[in-house]
Design a protein around this ligand. Structure first.
Ligand SMILES: C/C(=C\Cc1cc(O)c2ccccc2c1O)CCC[C@H](C)CCC[C@H](C)CCCC(C)C
Ligand code: SAM
Length: 236
């Protein structure tokens, strides 16, 4: 199994604090809007429904949080957790401007030490967070701890395709479109981080094995976008 050891969390937090001003726009441009579909699939696979108490981990500027809130409705409760104060500020600002109604609580915290009691949540999402945490098993343990029995989590992230052509295309896209465009916006190093972080990230079946070791009874990894992205769905 891959020995995954990303840099210290402070380095990661600084990366996301720095890219906050360009983050949403670059995601739209560079994924050709596809990230919205991937996020909608993730929320759907989390099983969130009206009245649920939901949690979005590594919420960033809030894309998945807002989608969860739409599903949970006015009788539900939604929490967004992130340690980047700049991305959280964007999330709060977007919330006030575009989504004044859903009951969302924003919390600045490390997802490796969640400030919640055990068994609080019906549904949990995490978008592009697991690859960035210092300790993946610990992160899944925290999810296991705060999920209610019968609750479900859906975790979206980049993935390395097993098909060589798609793998080569993904690498070409990162090297020749993502990094150059980011360079023009003054955030070259931050976006250059994606590729090595993806090399260290466990592939789908390894993620499933970690989740099972943590205690999840059901764990399935769904490759999407020709395996360039993936969603790990886990429940207890
Ligand atoms: C929303 C997306 C990525 C979020 C994201 C995650 C990270 O870990 C980062 C680390 C450092 C800087 C930025 C990020 C970051 O934005 C997914 C979409 C954005 C991507 C930049 C686009 C990547 C596209 C795929 C490699 C190929 C898709 C091809 C398709 C034809 C559109
Ligand atoms: C690529 S962004 C994803 C944001 C959002 N989920 C989305 O899909 O657009 C990754 C987020 O994870 C957060 N993050 C990474 N490690 C974290 C940790 N240990 N605790 C809290 N947030 C973390 C970063 O601050 C950043 O906002």
């Amino acid at each position: 199994m891959t020995n995954y050891q990303p840099p210290f969390s402070n380095k990661i937090r600084n990366i996301f604090d720095r890219i906050a001003p360009v983050y949403d726009q670059l995601n739209d441009w560079l994924s050709l809007g596809q990230h919205r579909i991937w996020k909608e699939m993730t929320v759907k696979w989390s099983g969130a429904k009206p009245g649920d108490t939901c949690l979005d981990l590594c919420c960033g500027s809030g894309d998945l949080t807002f989608r969860l809130a739409r599903r949970a409705g006015m009788t539900g409760k939604v929490y967004g957790v992130d340690f980047s104060c700049n991305l959280l500020a964007t999330a709060k600002e977007r919330c006030q401007r575009y989504y004044p109604q859903p009951p969302i609580t924003w919390i600045e915290a490390d997802v490796l030490n969640l400030p919640f009691d055990d068994h609080q949540f019906d549904a949990i999402t995490m978008g592009y967070g697991l690859r960035n945490v210092k300790d993946i098993p610990r992160s899944l343990q925290e999810i296991y701890r705060v999920l209610k029995p019968g609750g479900k989590a859906a975790i979206l992230d980049f993935h390395r395709p097993s098909n060589e052509t798609f793998r080569a295309f993904q690498q070409w896209y990162l090297d020749n479109l993502v990094v150059p465009l980011a360079t023009n916006l003054g955030v070259k190093e931050e976006y250059a981080y994606i590729s090595p972080s993806l090399d260290r990230f466990p592939i789908g079946k390894e993620q499933v094995a970690i989740a099972q070791k943590v205690g999840f009874v059901n764990a399935t990894h769904y490759p999407i976008s020709n395996g360039m992205m993936g969603v790990l769905v886990i429940d207890n």
